[in-house]
Design a protein around this ligand. Structure first.
Ligand code: ADP
Ligand code: MG
Length: 316
């Protein structure tokens, strides 16, 4: 691994909130504190780092707070892109604070900053015609119809037989608008948290405007890694790598794999669309875009995945 080039680390949902937890600030901060110890190990080993993170459950909760505020107190609800911005703020705050404390405790003189980040998507993206990403609470059919009447731009659909939910488009990330600033900060030695929740989705035709959509965080992490010239992209999650025949008796972990081999398995449909597939796509795209190494690993194995051979390591 080339230590001159930065490592982009994408923190999965479980680094923030674990299954079964209610989502108090204290729970989330404690999870983040545990995750930042592993990140600090990598910094201590001499790597320069950019961090990104998901926001699925958090942006869902923020939207509910806005809806409840509107219903209970007449405080106008904000659009989804502004809710996304709110989550970048508080999640960035948690990571920044926990990681800075950890670095200070180890006498590592590195400053941690969070950059509010917008991700450019195309207004022509076919995802805008077919919203597929469920966000926020479950409703009955009647509640959904009522909400759709008062919010004509909202689209509701049944979510896997569990109830009705608002569906939003999940367009392809094209460009991280703050990439140059992030690259400069990382180059100057700052530990940068950016592109949280895939970045705030914006379109541009002359002026830039926020749009109601949710960008996949793994695909946005890839854009970030490519645009800041990272040496490796590390996607951290709650499994220790990419498996073939996952969840069956025949499951087998891919340790070291090539671009061609992994792409072959992707085309055969080995990876579930809502979870492992976007990670594999991001890993492959990074190599396509000139990256040296993509890694999919569990948070606990971060240092050994980057400096050793844990997780699934994908190279040309
Ligand atoms: P994150 O919040 O990190 O993005 P996801 O739940 O989206 O987490 O993705 C990780 C999950 O992907 C794992 O917990 C695992 O259950 C699931 N998964 C699906 N297919 C595979 C596979 N082929 N190999 C490994 N994990 C897989
Ligand atoms: Mg995911």
């Amino acid at each position: 691994m080339n230590r001159e080039k930065p490592v982009v680390i994408a923190l999965g949902g479980n680094a923030l909130l674990q299954r079964g937890q209610r989502g108090t600030f204290e729970e989330q901060y404690e999870n983040v504190r545990r995750a930042t110890k592993r990140v600090a190990d990598l910094i201590e080993a001499g790597y320069s780092i950019a961090i990104t993170h998901g926001n699925g459950p958090q942006v869902g909760a923020t939207i509910i707070r806005h809806d409840a505020g509107a219903r209970l107190a007449g405080i106008p609800a904000f659009p989804m892109h502004a809710c996304g911005a709110e989550t970048q703020g508080f999640i960035g705050y948690m990571i920044q604070q926990a990681l800075q404390n950890e670095l200070n405790g180890r006498n590592l003189r590195r400053e941690v900053v969070t950059v509010l980040t917008r991700t450019l998507v195309s207004a022509e993206d076919p995802a805008f015609k077919k919203p597929t990403k469920p966000v926020g609470p479950f409703y009955t059919r009647e509640q959904a119809a009522e909400l759709a009447k008062s919010n004509p731009t909202f689209f509701f659909s049944e979510d896997a037989g569990r109830g009705w939910r608002r569906m939003v488009p999940s367009p392809e990330p094209k460009k991280i608008l703050e990439a140059d600033a992030i690259r400069s900060l990382v180059g100057a030695g700052y530990v940068v948290i950016s592109a949280g929740g895939g970045g705030i989705p914006v379109t541009s035709d002359g002026s830039i405007v926020g749009v109601d959509a949710v960008i996949d965080k793994d695909l946005a992490a890839e854009r970030l890694a490519a645009l800041i010239g990272a040496g490796s992209l590390v996607i951290l999650t709650d499994v220790d790598g990419v498996y073939l025949n996952y969840g069956t008796e025949k499951q087998r972990k891919l340790a070291q794999t090539s671009y061609g081999e992994l792409k072959h398995h992707l085309e055969l449909g080995q990876f579930s669309s809502g979870s492992m597939e976007p990670k594999v796509k991001a890993a492959l795209r990074f190599i396509d875009d000139g990256g040296e190494l993509s890694i999919i690993a569990s948070l606990e194995d971060l240092l050994e995945a980057v400096a050793g051979n844990k997780g699934t390591r994908i190279s040309r």
